[in-house]
Design a protein around this ligand. Structure first.
Ligand SMILES: Nc1ncnc2c1ncn2[C@@H]1O[C@H](COP(=O)(O)OP(=O)(O)OP(=O)(O)O)[C@@H](O)[C@H]1O
Length: 605
């Protein structure tokens, strides 16, 4: 199905707040993505161990140099050897830190690329109802910044937990080796550190959540504005939108400042605590040295270790915000993964061969409403369309015309009745087959960023350039395309800017000829086309409709006067039905529309 832009863009609702966090549960799901890279993670662990050992043995070496050699008179040979070992330890630490960082980046990036791929695929699988209620800005946040936040988890948080956790453990072991009493005194600081960390924890979490929600609001709002820019300018809404943007921008700014303030306070508290601890050890150790219960080298090593002791604690707590934001992100990503499409694929699809399908369509007493509950926008509608028939649909705004074709495309499922193609319920047709059977040209045909050639063949390289050109010739788009700067290779941007609405529609018709769906649905552009373009579109439509069952939502009656049958819809029902002539003779609603020359879709409901 060659769906273009949605006629009803998602409602401008704010993104939902992140769900309640449960760090362990959130990260359990990551395990399946990380498992294929377990060898790399194991190597990271080995490298980390070696890097830490290289680092932490250095003060121990200096202690040996002071106490065993310097204090007992200079032994140049031994000191030289110690200096050499010190150098080797430094290089070991450098080399394995480098390897560890690189390997971890590789593993982390692979995990995140895998998640991003699955997430995008999952979002693509969602039903249209999901896009109705989820602002596109939120989806952009999920795929870009939430996955990026996961990347930071692997390369920042995980590394810190492993590296700094092991460093702490090693330092404690080495300190016990040096002096048990001094170590026990130092460990008294642990409850204080834990107290501060826990005290900040809840507050930090709230600030991170708030700033992410504010960012999501800002992105959602910006994305909405970009997609509705023409409308904003047409209605001179720039000032109002600017005010609304400022409100969101301000919200994000304030949330960000609060986050930074909390962070700085947290880090500085740790710095002060670190300095106080050094003073404490110097005081305690100084007494011990003076009392000859420990040697000077031991005091030196203790002071170095206590400094190093705070670094990993500080690192881990600094990573806390990253962990918070990764938890929020991972929860949001999982909540997207947990969404199941409401329009389900059939369990036992009926095997239909598109080329053999005749194109009969039966709407069997269908009723439909949007969402869980609400008024029926299609009410007990019964309609039977013969293969190859051309049906024109007119009706007032909100009569249900677009809803009817959305149902045929299976963007939504009916709540009552069934829609059948050649007798098969469309719910039993595999989506791939249904999409090949039904071709849709929407009011505002969507063009992907890429060449015109790829836009016609929808990036399917098995369709030759010649086939594309032949289709474009048939719909009368060839000459227009050749006039463009690079002909078929001309690149168009998203939404096809650079081409007129009529030209975009011609390209959509060429798509139809290339993909040959049995059923063609056209939602006619409401834009006023000049008479030349209108004529071209009419011709293109006739060409595209040849041999196909065609449904046209018409905004200009002239488009459908030649249709086999015209349906006039009112409040979700078919109010009148017949050929142009029959309906005029009936003298009803259609006659009125014709007589007063009004665009049927523009009339009041
Ligand atoms: N995604 C949606 N979610 C909720 N309600 C919707 C949605 N799309 C349409 N509706 C409602 O369903 C009813 C029928 O709308 P529909 O778009 O089918 O009418 P239409 O005849 O195509 O109108 P128009 O000619 O203005 O496009 C309207 O009341 C509309 O507000």
């Amino acid at each position: 199905m060659f769906r273009t832009t949605s006629r009803k863009p998602p409602k401008a609702s704010e993104p939902a707040s992140p769900p309640a966090e449960n760090t362990a549960a959130a990260f359990q799901g990551l395990y399946s993505y990380a498992r294929p890279h377990s060898r790399k993670f194991a190597l990271v662990l080995v490298c980390t161990l070696l890097a830490i050992s290289g680092d932490l043995l250095q003060p121990f070496l200096v202690k040996i140099a002071i106490d065993d050699h310097l204090a007992k008179g200079a032994e140049f040979g031994a000191l030289g050897l110690i200096a050499l070992v010190y150098l080797i330890l430094s290089l070991t630490s450098f080399l394995f830190s480098y390897l560890q960082d690189n390997l971890l980046q590789q593993a982390g990036q692979s995990v995140v690329a895998g998640i991003r791929k699955d997430l995008f695929r999952h979002i693509l699988r969602q039903s249209v109802a999901y896009y109705d209620r989820t602002p596109s800005g939120s989806l952009i946040t999920y795929v870009s910044s939430d996955t990026e936040s996961l990347n930071q988890f692997f390369t920042g948080v995980l590394l810190s937990l492993v590296r700094d956790g092991m460093t702490l453990l090693f330092i404690i072991v080495l300190m016990f080796q040096l002096d048990v009493t001094m170590t026990l005194y130092c460990l008294l600081l642990l409850p204080l550190i834990a107290g501060i960390a826990i005290g900040f924890r809840a507050y930090l979490r709230r600030t991170y959540q708030l700033s992410r929600t504010q960012l999501s609001r800002l992105i959602a709002f910006t994305a909405e504005n970009l997609s509705g820019m023409q409308l904003i300018q047409a209605f001179h809404q720039e000032k109002e939108q600017q005010t609304r943007f400022l409100e969101r921008n301000d919200g994000y700014y304030r949330a960000n400042l609060r986050e930074i303030r909390t962070n700085v306070l947290f880090n500085r508290s740790f710095d002060v605590l670190g300095n106080l601890s050094v003073a404490f050890v110097t005081w305690l150790g100084g007494y011990a040295v003076l009392g000859h219960s420990i040697e000077f080298g031991v005091l030196y090593a203790f002071i170095t270790y206590i400094r190093q002791f705070f670094q990993p604690i500080n690192n881990i707590t600094q990573q806390w915000n990253q962990l918070q934001s990764a938890t929020v992100s991972v929860n949001r990503i999982w909540s997207v993964f947990s969404q199941q499409p409401v329009v389900r694929d059939p369990e036992h699809p009926v095997p239909l061969v598109p080329a053999e399908v005749q194109g009969r369509i039966d709407f069997e007493r269908i009723s439909f409403h949007y969402g869980e509950e609400g008024p029926d926008v299609i009410q007990d509608l019964d309609l039977h369309i013969r293969p190859g028939e051309m049906i024109g649909i007119v009706g007032t705004t909100g009569a249900g015309k677009s809803s009817l074709i959305s149902l045929l495309c299976r963007f939504y499922d009916v709540q009552k009745g069934s829609i059948r193609i050649d007798g098969t319920d469309i719910r039993d047709i595999e989506p791939k087959t249904l999409h090949r059977l039904v071709g849709l040209v929407q009011q505002e045909p969507y063009l992907y960023s890429g060449s015109i050639l790829d836009n016609v063949r929808l990036f399917d390289p098995s369709i030759s350039a010649e086939a594309v050109q032949a289709a474009c010739r048939r719909v009368g788009a060839h000459a227009m395309i050749l006039r463009l700067k690079d002909g078929y290779e001309t690149r168009v941007s998203e939404r096809g800017s650079g081409l007129s609405a009529g030209e975009r529609q011609l390209i959509s018709f060429a798509r139809i000829l290339v993909f040959e769906p049995r059923i063609l649905i056209l939602d006619e552009a409401t834009a006023n086309l000049d008479s030349h373009t209108e004529l071209m579109i009419q011709k293109a439509l006739q060409e595209a409709a040849k041999g196909r069952t065609t449904l046209i939502i018409a905004h200009r009656l002239s488009t459908i006067t030649g249709a086999d049958r015209i349906l006039v819809m009112r409040q979700g029902r078919i109010a009148e039905e017949g050929s142009h002539r029959e309906l005029l003779e009936l003298g009803g609603h259609y006659w009125q529309l014709h007589r007063y020359g009004r665009s049927p879709a523009a009339g009041a409901g």
